[in-house]
Design a protein around this ligand. Structure first.
Ligand code: ADP
Length: 189
C-alpha cells in the first residue's frame, strides 16, 4: 500500500494537491476537516459535539478524531492506499495512526510537508473566505487555527523526521510545479 500524509498549516494547499494526487496514485483521500464538516452539515451526534470547537478554530480532541479516522479507514478495505489530509495534527494522533496501520498490516510510506510562510497563508485564506462560507476562516478564528498549528501540530514533523519519512516541498508557486515536486518525493518513498 502507498499511505501518504500531506502535511502543512491551514491554507497550505493540502486539499488542492490531494485532489491531484488521488487521481495520479489511485488513493483514497481522507480529510478529517471534510469529514467533520460533513458531520456538522448532516447534524449527526458527532457533528453536534464538534461544531462549536471547529467554528472557534480549536482542534477537536484526539480521542474523537482518532476514532473517526479509524472508522473511515475501515470503510475502505480494498483501498490501494490512503492520503491523509489534515491528520495527524498532534503527536498522539501520529502515534495512534502508526499503531492502527500496523494492526492492519501496513504503515505510513512517507510524509510530504508543504512549506508556506504565515503572510502567504493569511492572504490565501482571506481569498478563500470570499467563497468558502467557513466561519473558521474569519480573521480571528484563522489566527487561532494558525496558533494551534504552531503550538501543537508542528511537533508532528520531528516525529516523522526521526523515522526518516519526512520530505519538505515548497508550497508557494504554481499548482502544477508544486504537484510535480510532491510527485517526485512520493516516487522516492
Ligand atoms: P484547514 O483548512 O485549516 O487546514 P481543515 O479543513 O483540515 O482545516 O480542518 C478544519 C478544522 O477541523 C480544524 O481547525 C479543526 O478544528 C478540525 N480538525 C480537522 N482535522 C483535525 C484533527 N486531525 N485533529 C483535530 N481537529 C481537527
Amino acid at each position: 500500500m502507498l499511505n501518504l500524509v500531506l502535511f502543512g498549516p491551514p491554507g497550505a494547499g493540502k486539499g488542492t494537491q490531494s485532489e491531484k494526487l488521488i487521481e495520479k496514485y489511485n488513493l483514497v483521500h481522507i480529510s478529517t476537516g471534510d469529514l467533520f464538516r460533513a458531520h456538522i452539515k448532516n447534524q449527526t451526534e458527532l457533528g453536534k459535539q464538534v461544531s462549536s470547537l471547529i467554528a472557534d478554530g480549536q482542534l477537536v480532541p484526539d480521542s474523537i478524531t482518532i476514532a473517526m479516522l479509524e472508522k473511515e479507514i475501515e470503510k475502505n478495505p480494498t483501498a490501494k492506499g490512503f492520503i491523509f489530509d489534515g491528520f495527524p495534527r498532534t503527536v498522539a494522533q501520529a502515534e495512534a495512526l502508526d499503531k492502527f496501520l500496523e494492526s492492519i498490516g501496513t504503515s505510513i510510506s512517507g510524509v510530504v510537508a508543504l512549506d508556506v510562510d504565515e503572510a502567504e497563508l493569511t492572504k490565501r485564506i482571506a481569498e478563500r473566505k470570499k467563497i468558502s462560507n467557513r466561519a473558521d476562516d474569519d480573521a480571528d478564528k484563522l489566527q487561532k487555527r494558525i496558533a494551534e498549528y504552531f503550538n501543537k501540530t508542528i511537533h508532528v514533523l520531528p516525529y516523522y523526521e526521526q523515522q526518516g519519512k519526512l520530505a519538505k516541498v515548497n508550497g508557494i508557486g504554481d499548482i502544477d510545479t508544486i504537484f510535480n515536486n510532491i510527485s517526485k518525493e512520493i516516487d522516492s518513498f
